[in-house]
Ligand binder design. Structure first.
Ligand code: CMC
Length: 437
């Protein structure tokens, strides 16, 4: 809840125009906010903050990050505790409804989600319109958007029941769609969901089973996949979540809003970083591996090279990303399970991390490994092809997107998002007839 502070901010102007008093609100934790909603009406001026460096776009009760401490809380629970004590569907319940489920709530929620895992049979014909070598995120943007054409009874975002069922459908169907996108690229038959498996186990089966053989999910790998889902489930007002909120603020249907989130996530500065990170490790490996790290770091530090250390740095974390620590643990577990302890890319990543963490360039800028630094190595070891990494991120983040969207729509104060601009282009001028231009 936003609590008004006793302190007020005063905005004064050097040209003698009247100053303005601005209310300040306190959250439950984190920085206070200065309320500028009446600024334009009272002063005729906008604020300027491209990239939202100092602007809170909403109030929220879902996820809290303390970037300096390296802390991530879902509904108040530290990610380290959730990752160890809860599975992904419990985390979904927590994000959607605000509390962890008890045993019977968990059972009922699992059943509800797992009963919605099938997608309309027509979806496979829709998929056929794509080239076999289409990027999975191109396919996912299309498929998720297309859901709104199939489930007309859950597209009214102003109806709480529609919002609820759309949330369940999206969480349930994303694994099926991601697995279908994968099977389509490799030319294998789609595997229908099996609802008595766990959420992550069912996903692994849809990905890796074929109709010709029995498939037994490996429990260590299923746990790793579940942890990847949990760690990516939400991350407060990041680019894709803000995209979903902005898109949804027009009153569009939830499937369309989530498709916008998928499109935003694709970018290499956001969810595409896990794919980009693995490609980077591959490039360094090709250059000569560990011996070439110094040379590569040199390029990263050269601003003209345009090379970034992918999987490093974060807008909010100015400390080790807590998700990266958990993912590193999972990485050890998975590589041990698969007998890949000497995996050269993992060794390279460890060495790169060590060198970067000691380097003045990274230390001064507080650049630490983020979750994507290790998630790619885990996924590759599990057998997920690199181009599918971001689609798995999208699958996991869907619950966060829909929880945030539903929170916004449920807030009686919400308005359509409509940023302003500082216009620096040509002033009004007359069109010269073509012959005289
Ligand atoms: N490699 C080299 N230099 C970097 C990096 C990096 N990965 N990240 C930031 N910097 C430098 C940047 O050049 C700038 O230097 P200077 O002050 O000399 O101009 C300084 O650090 C501050 O960076 P910034 O660009 O102002 O930071 P930002 O908050 O705008 O960008 C970021 C955050 C995540 C886009 C950026 O760190 C980045 O591109 N990292 C690599 C991509 C990546 O791993 N993204 C995944 C983010 S975590 C998963 C997710 O949430 O999607």
């Amino acid at each position: 809840m936003m609590t008004p502070s006793d302190i007020k901010a005063t905005l004064a102007f050097s040209d003698g125009s009247p100053s303005m008093e601005l209310p300040i609100y306190k959250g439950s934790i984190g920085p206070d906010v200065i309320d500028i909603r009446k600024l334009y009406a009272q002063t005729g001026k906008f604020t300027y903050d491209p990239g939202f460096l100092s602007t809170a776009s909403c109030n929220s009760t879902i996820t809290y990050i303390d970037g300096d401490k390296g802390e991530l809380l879902y509904r108040g629970y530290p990610i380290e505790q959730l990752a160890v004590n809860c599975d992904y569907l419990e985390t979904c319940y927590l994000l959607l409804y605000g509390e962890l489920p008890n045993a019977s709530q968990k059972e009922a929620f699992n059943q509800r989600v797992m009963r919605h895992t099938m997608v309309n049979e027509q979806m496979q014909f829709f998929l056929r319109g794509f080239r076999r070598d289409a990027h999975p995120m191109a396919v996912m943007t299309g498929l998720v958007g297309a859901l709104s054409a199939f489930y007309h009874d859950s597209t009214d975002v102003h109806n709480p029941e529609h919002r609820e069922i759309a949330a369940i459908r999206l969480i349930a169907k994303m694994p099926t769609l991601v697995a279908m996108a994968y099977k389509y690229t490799v030319g294998q038959p789609y595997i229908y969901p099996k609802n008595d498996l766990s959420y992550a186990g069912n996903f692994m089966r849809m990905m890796f089973a074929t109709p010709c053989e029995e498939y037994k999910p490996n429990e260590v790998l299923v746990r790793a996949m579940d942890r990847i889902f949990t760690l990516h489930a939400d991350h407060e007002q990041n680019a894709s979540t803000s995209t979903v909120r902005l898109c949804g603020s027009s009153g569009t249907n939830p499937f369309a809003a989530i498709a916008a989130g998928v499109a935003c996530l694709w970018g290499p500065a956001h969810g595409g970083a896990n794919e980009a990170c693995l490609e980077m490790l591959g490039d360094i490996q090709q250059m000569g591996g560990v011996a070439k790290i110094g040379e590569f770091i040199g390029k990263v530090k050269d601003k003209n090279s345009g090379v970034k250390l992918m999987g490093f740095g974060h807008r909010v974390y100015k400390n080790y990303d807590p998700r990266a620590k958990l993912m590193r643990e999972t990485c050890y577990e998975v590589l041990n399970e698969l007998g890949l302890q000497d995996d050269p890319l993992f060794k390279l990543a460890m060495e790169l991390e060590k060198i970067a963490l000691e380097d003045e360039y990274f230390v001064a800028r507080k650049l630490y490994p983020n979750v994507d630094f290790y998630s790619g190595i885990v996924q590759r070891a599990i057998g997920i092809p690199v181009p599918l990494f971001t689609a798995i991120f999208a699958l996991a983040r869907t619950v966060g997107w829909i929880a945030q969207l539903n929170e916004m729509i449920g807030d009686p104060e919400y308005k359509i998002g409509r940023p302003r601009q500082l216009f620096v282009g040509a002033k009004s001028r007359n069109v010269t007839p073509l012959a005289q231009r």
